[in-house]
Design a protein around this ligand. Structure first.
Ligand SMILES: Nc1ncnc2c1ncn2[C@@H]1O[C@H](COP(=O)(O)OP(=O)(O)OP(=O)(O)O)[C@@H](O)[C@H]1O
Length: 273
């Protein structure tokens, strides 16, 4: 068993932002959560992290309803890397990464295993030489990597990541997703870059207005038709290379035309009614 969402819905401020979503990732799989802005990716991740309770449906960890499990126990199994984290407090990078060990600590504080996990997480994220720097004095990308390191130090079985490649240069985007893909844990990653999703995810789940429009292997899901329907852009999709990977090339002009076409038709229809 892992972390499961079954038929979950969430009404926020009177609007249904997650609508009957089921997600049962296989253990060790990396699942990409895709969909346009406001489609419900972050909301679904918040439900799966136990930060909010679904209006209906159920989130389970190892078969038990998430809300019935103690927070510390959830935190030993599930690590979350959110989109925004800020602090004005003078904490070092190593201090931030050490926060990942809190769920594992007993009454007498940290031990050698905690320090080993922190050192290892700093190394895996390429932050060893920045460990004693102040977190708030790092670049946006370095801060993001620190949060990944904190999640790694937590040694979770499941990792929920909300657009973790934001702020990262291409080298670190590739490195980070390769790192997550290599980890022997289940991960659910909200992503905007469809090519990165196709490169690293075992499966993708595509949301639109809170509902699932498609799910499965990237090569099966990321078709030209789906991209046009969900994102309102035209794209050429090819499957090539030794690894039969999906490559998506966007047609900026045609994408704009598709958007205009759809919205002009919509405006004409509403002016007739
Ligand atoms: N705190 C909130 N209260 C009420 N509605 C919210 C709140 N936060 C987000 N929403 C709404 O929930 C819907 C889904 O937002 P969500 O952030 O989950 O989408 P997303 O797919 O992660 O978007 P993005 O790609 O822009 O990050 C949006 O319509 C948004 O306006």
């Amino acid at each position: 068993m892992t972390l499961h969402a079954s038929n979950v819905s969430w009404k926020r401020g009177g609007t249904l932002v997650v609508d009957g979503v089921t997600l049962h990732p296989g253990p060790g799989r990396m699942v990409g959560l895709l969909g346009p802005n406001g489609s419900g990716k972050s909301s679904l991740l918040q439900l799966m992290a136990g930060a909010a309770k679904p209006t209906s449906g159920v989130i389970e960890l190892d078969g038990a309803e998430l809300s019935s499990i103690r927070r510390k126990e959830v935190a030993r199994a599930v690590a979350v890397v959110g989109q925004h984290a800020h602090t004005d407090v003078d904490v070092t990078v190593r201090d931030v990464v050490r926060l990942g060990r809190i769920p594992h600590r007993g009454a007498f504080g940290g031990n050698d295993a905690d320090e080993d996990a922190v050192t290892d997480a700093l190394m895996q994220t390429g932050l060893t030489d920045k460990a004693d720097r102040l977190w708030r004095a790092l670049s946006g990308g370095e801060q993001q990597r620190t949060h990944i390191a904190r999640a790694l130090a937590q040694q979770p079985r499941e990792m929920l990541l909300d657009e973790p490649t934001n702020h990262l240069d291409i080298h670190h985007q590739l490195e980070l997703l390769a790192l997550v893909a290599r980890l022997p844990i289940t991960s659910i990653v909200a992503l905007h870059d469809l090519n990165l999703a196709a490169m690293f995810c075992d499966e993708v789940l595509v949301l639109k207005a809170g509902t699932v429009v498609a799910g499965g292997r990237p090569a099966d899901v990321l078709t030209e038709e789906l991209i046009a329907e969900v994102y309102e852009v035209r794209a050429r999709v090819s499957v090539d290379g030794d690894d039969s990977r999906v490559h998506i090339r966007f047609d900026a002009a045609a994408g704009h035309a598709l958007f205009e076409e759809k919205h002009t038709a919509g405006m004409r229809a509403s002016s007739r009614s």
